[in-house]
Design a protein around this ligand. Sequence first.
Ligand code: NJP
Length: 237
Amino acid sequence: KDQIGIVTGASRGIGKEIAVKLAEQGMKLAIIGSSAQISETADELKKKGFSDILPIQADVTKEEDLQQVVTKTIEEYGQVDILVNNAGVGFFKLTEEVTLEEWKKVFEVNVQGVFLATKAVLPHMKERRSGTIISIASDVARYTIPNGAAYTATKYAVQGFSGSVAQEVREYGIRVGTINPGMVDTYFAESTQGLPEKQDWLKVEDIANAVVYMASAPKYMLIDEIVLHPLVQQYPI
Ligand code: NJP
């Protein structure tokens, strides 16, 4: 039977490639982004031959947007098997230079977004006694970094949240895990994908392959987390 997925933050970067790799597995997908770019990304994927792609412009910080995402996905495809919480933002600066607005914003997207998407999909997954929820956290949730206090705090929060939810829902056959990448060549933190100085960083495909591995594990198996980073990345940074 067809598997149905929702991927947040799929306009570009890691999320877009997760959509490609899951579509290659034959999954039908709702792809989510807060900008109009999400429709262009959907057209691009359709041109690659993936016809079952439903773009939804939605902001993961908004509860009603995520409720709508789940409703529309079920209307279109009948169910949700996999939620990938990938949408995230970040910046790097000294703690005393971080404004309260910046602090709130990064928590809103990275933590509140994961909470709201998970909350929106859980009743449906519980009813079906099946589902997989994968959140893209970060290896900074294991190895802290200077200039990253706010961002790091959000990813620790995602780890704590996911671990706790995993215990709540395993009796329903629902699996909850995280993927924790090091530096990935994307548009993250105002960067551009493909810059020469990032050639030894992880590629979006590496993270997308980890998602496919986690999502396609046998039903009796829960992979709690995958941590991966480029060989050139030294710890502590
Ligand atoms: O970043 P980028 P990545 N609602 O900027 C979307 C984590 N990570 O692919 O809203 C809905 O290329 C945005 O789309 P749009 C990172 O923390 C990365 O690297 O339309 N969507 C875009 O598609 C994050 O959790 C690295 O502009 C929203 C996407 O999010 C995940 O990987 C290292 C949104 C961001 O694409 C993907 O980030 C690491 C909202 N409110 C963890 N706000 C790394 N790259 O080195 C943004 O440890 N988006």
